[in-house]
Design a protein around this ligand. Sequence first.
Ligand code: NAP
Ligand code: GCO
Length: 266
Amino acid sequence: MNGNMFSLEGKIALVTGASYGIGFAIASAMNAAGATIVFNDISQDKVDMGLKAYADKGIKAHGYVCDVTKEDQVQAMVKKIEEEVGVIDILVNNAGIIKRIPMVEMTAEQFRQVVDVDLNAPFIVSKAVIPSMIKKGHGKIINICSMMSELGRETVSAYAAAKGGLKMLTKNIASEYGEYNIQCNGIGPGYIATPQTAPLREKQPDGSMHPFDSFIRAKTPAGRWGEAEDLGGPAVFLASDASNFVNGHILYVDGGILAYIGKQPS
Ligand code: NAP
Ligand code: GCO
């Protein structure tokens, strides 16, 4: 361990789905701590957009086109990364989707699509990187969970089921591979202002706030939505030597939502 236990100098971090949003913010924070950044997205256009966004921040990132739900693509991507960049020290399973549909109106195929990206893919990508982490003698896996790993709400049945499963996959990877000096933890973001939650923050036709916007501000002690950048520090902590004895933990970065019953009526 070098002098600074939070340093990621000399480490290679793969952040999935990180052309923008939370993944981009986490990758940027890890780069600021010294990590080499590797990311993927589904299309070359999005990878190119991401590479430009990183370059605009002075970050020389490595981008790969890969659908994380496809095991053959993931295995090929990891092999290519190891040949072109090096063995992955840090994996952030960030790629994710949501479909907000009342459960009885959701098709089984729509349910499967959400679970495929939000739960099956973290399994596929973790399975692809763990063997090299074992050989290297260390590894960090960070799964991006959610408030919905703990709570339900209307219209997000598939997402909550997937994120609840991702919490338990996190604990199981921690249990199964801890003996190889691999730590697997989760980050549970609160409500963060990204494209994924944009529909929940749209101004109403009369210019008023979206009801969900007001709801979340009342449920958050800080009275605000989180910013993707709020997740950078916690991610660096879980990727660094500072967390070498933290394993199987879900770190909620939610501004206190889970601790708070909600603003009482004035
Ligand atoms: P976002 O803005 O929708 O970005 C999601 C990213 O994942 C995009 O880059 C997307 O690529 C990529 N992706 C989706 N499916 C993929 C696949 N099959 N293969 C590869 N990449 C794929 O979402 P976000 O808000 O940044 O959220 C990132 C993660 O945090 C997700 O796991 C989400 O569930 C979780 N989260 C978000 C919040 C929040 O409030 N925003 C809170 C808690 C947890 P394309 O653009 O090409 O589709
Ligand atoms: C929703 C939101 C949430 C956030 C996040 C909260 O529709 O409820 O999209 O699910 O994305 O997961 O932690």
